[in-house]
Design a protein. Structure first.
Length: 391
């Protein structure tokens, strides 16, 4: 009997809360007031260009009320349009607007959508060109681009492994500190990219919150995995490989974001920008191989291990290029960047624990001038190479 009473008192508040909410929804709050202006929010998610067909605009109603699009204006001229499924969109409903407009290659164009309440929502095309269409050839080309940006530079960075193995314990700690510096720069960059995507996402999805929630949950998830394993932080082959795989995974999530940027640039016709990003990211990412190799300096891994590490860290750039080029979404991008930032933070935490543990065992200072120099060098390396992709 006592058990049923506990269940009753556990469920009762939820039932009463649901009843109160239903009552408010049905009868209102009792305060009679009319909004000063209509509350309508229409997000232009994507503009696709086809020289034969004109513009195809994908829109989302992310506001609290139904929205009806009354007029379409292109470059200050009213234009006929076809609305699919309808010119009226309910909340969270998406629609497609086909505009048979004779756009001009290389010219900027502006599309305005006017609702029945007179609100105007604007989308811009910076430089008009045919939007790439999915095809086996284009998928292969994007895969090559992702390989140039991700797998190749990381693999080249791993080739420094034989040279790095010549360092003493203090030298290895300095290399690990350099890895922390590399990752620290990456985590700041990942947060910045995520928050930028959050600013572009529909406000109703709380993109900024997704970045922070994704980072917190991914960080705690990876920490929980480590703790559930119940293994002490000791120096052995499994520990070194495990840490390298974590670094590769965190960097891979970051490189996924780089692929997004490249794919999106080509998708909107900014080929020059896309090429510029490829060169910059390739130079930028070669230093990541050093960070991945650092925990393996006391081991003798096989070549298969290095191939797998390069793939884990670099292959996500291929996936990111595909997503950015064909199905880019600001909201999901913000979440992915947050998850990537959290993963990188967990790797920084794990490497720092390793440095402190080994320093305590050998009577060394974990924050020596050599380690400080390594940390600073890692940040400077990433900062200087990042100048190639900042504009």
């Amino acid at each position: 009997m006592q058990k049923y009473k506990m269940i009753f008192w556990g469920i009762l508040p939820i039932v009463l809360l649901a009843a109160i909410i239903m009552l408010i929804v049905k009868n209102g709050t009792g305060v009679q007031s009319n909004p000063a202006a209509p509350i309508e929010v229409l997000n232009i998610e994507k503009i696709t260009l086809d020289y034969e067909k004109g513009f195809e605009v994908k829109v989302l109603n992310s506001g609290p009320e139904e929205v009806t699009i009354a007029q379409v204006v292109v470059d200050d001229s009213f234009w006929n349009a076809e609305f699919l499924p309808s010119d009226t969109l309910k909340r969270f409903e998406t629609g497609t607007i086909k505009i048979p407009y004779p756009w001009v290659y290389g010219d900027p164009h502006e599309i305005k959508l006017i609702t029945t309440n007179g609100l105007i929502f604007t989308g811009e095309v910076a430089a008009a060109t045919d939007t790439p269409k999915a095809s086996p050839e284009l998928f292969w080309q994007y895969a090559l681009i992702g390989s140039y940006v991700g797998i190749v530079p990381v693999g080249l960075g791993l080739l420094w492994y034989p040279f790095l193995r010549r360092f003493s314990t203090r030298g290895m700690h300095a290399i690990l500190a350099l890895t922390v510096g590399l990752l620290f720069f990456l985590v700041i960059d990942t947060f910045e990219e995520g928050l930028e995507m959050a600013g572009e996402a529909p406000g109703v999805f709380q993109g900024t919150g997704l970045v922070w929630f994704g980072a917190l949950l991914s960080f705690l998830f990876l920490v929980a995995i480590d703790q559930s394993n119940g293994r002490k932080l000791v120096v052995n082959s499994a520990q070194g490989k495990s840490l390298s795989y974590k670094i590769a995974t965190g960097i891979g999530l970051h490189n996924f974001g780089e692929g997004l940027a490249i794919g999106a640039a080509f998708a909107v016709g900014e080929a020059a920008l896309g090429t510029f990003l490829i060169i910059g990211f390739t130079l930028h990412n070669i230093t990541e191989g050093v960070g991945i190799a650092a925990p393996l300096l006391k081991e003798r891994p096989t070549w298969k291990t290095f191939v797998l590490l390069a793939t884990i860290a670099g292959a996500p750039a291929i996936l990111g290029t595909w997503v950015g080029g064909f199905i880019f979404n600001d909201t999901l991008a913000a979440l992915f960047f947050g998850i990537g930032a959290g993963a990188i933070l967990q790797v920084i935490y794990a490497i720092s624990k390793l440095i402190f543990k080994q320093s305590a065992d050998k009577g060394l200072s974990p924050v020596s001038w050599l380690n400080f120099g390594g940390l600073t060098m890692g940040i400077l390396l990433m900062y200087v190479t990042a100048l190639m992709v900042k504009f």
